[in-house]
Design a protein around this ligand. Sequence first.
Ligand SMILES: [Zn+2]
Length: 309
Amino acid sequence: MKYCLGLDVGGTKILGGLVDERGRIVEQVQQPSHPDRWPDVALEVVAQLLEDPPGVVRAVGLAVAAWVEFPSGRLAYAPNLVITNRDLVGEIEDRFSLPAGVDNDAGAAAWAEFRFGAGGGMSDMLMVTVGTGVGGGAVLGGFPYRGSRGFAAEFGHVPVSMDGPRCPCGSYGCLETVASGRALGRMARERVGEDSAILELAGDRAAITGELVGSLALNGDAEALSLVSQLGRNLGVGLTGLAKAFDPQAIVVGGGVSALGDILLEPARAEMVARYEGQVDPPELMIAAMGNEAGVVGSADLALQRAQV
Ligand SMILES: [Zn+2]
């Protein structure tokens, strides 16, 4: 059995795993990290996992929450990590004598879903991760699609409104500004009335979060359900644009907010159906199957694909 090593690099922790050819994590390590020190923590995690592997390790892959230049692996924009001038790919290759590569985290998750999860058997699949922000990944014609420089599939930053809210990326009206966990919190802060149960529970308008609204919606609170439904319709507008641009077999929805399930996806689906009316059926919407392991499994398997080319 061949193994690859995958790392999911976040702002506060790094999860690493040895992954076999069937996408199973056979050994894993998690270390707290820091936006400044992440390259050193990443090297430590790789070293730990390579101490006593069960078989031959072929390559190392990193999934990073950043816009990642391909094939250099250089980070171009990372909201939660400090970008250094270090050549981490080169450092890993020199120190451990293994080929290494870096991918965007949602791109790696999309690849994991395509290879081992919800996208099994498909050739064209998009993934949208809805969490605090919105990430994206694309598999087209059976291959990961990265665009000319590596910055493709940033679906959270596709504009959906001419003059919508300011986005952390610097632009305006991005899908992320109207269809993320952060957007759900903002919409609630703007809209709830003085006698709202959401406001009463939060104690203060400024303390209302998307998480609170989501949990109330799951408990059947009508106002929270209506806000989640609006979020779903906003998401559906964005997904319709993606579907019409790429004509995938399915769009897989992952990320923390996707745990809301049907109360989010049904309104999104309805919006897509309405915007495909009289044309063809829209592609299927599916919930991601790989959970928190997607970044580790996807980055490891992408590293293997690269090593085999
Ligand atoms: Zn943006």
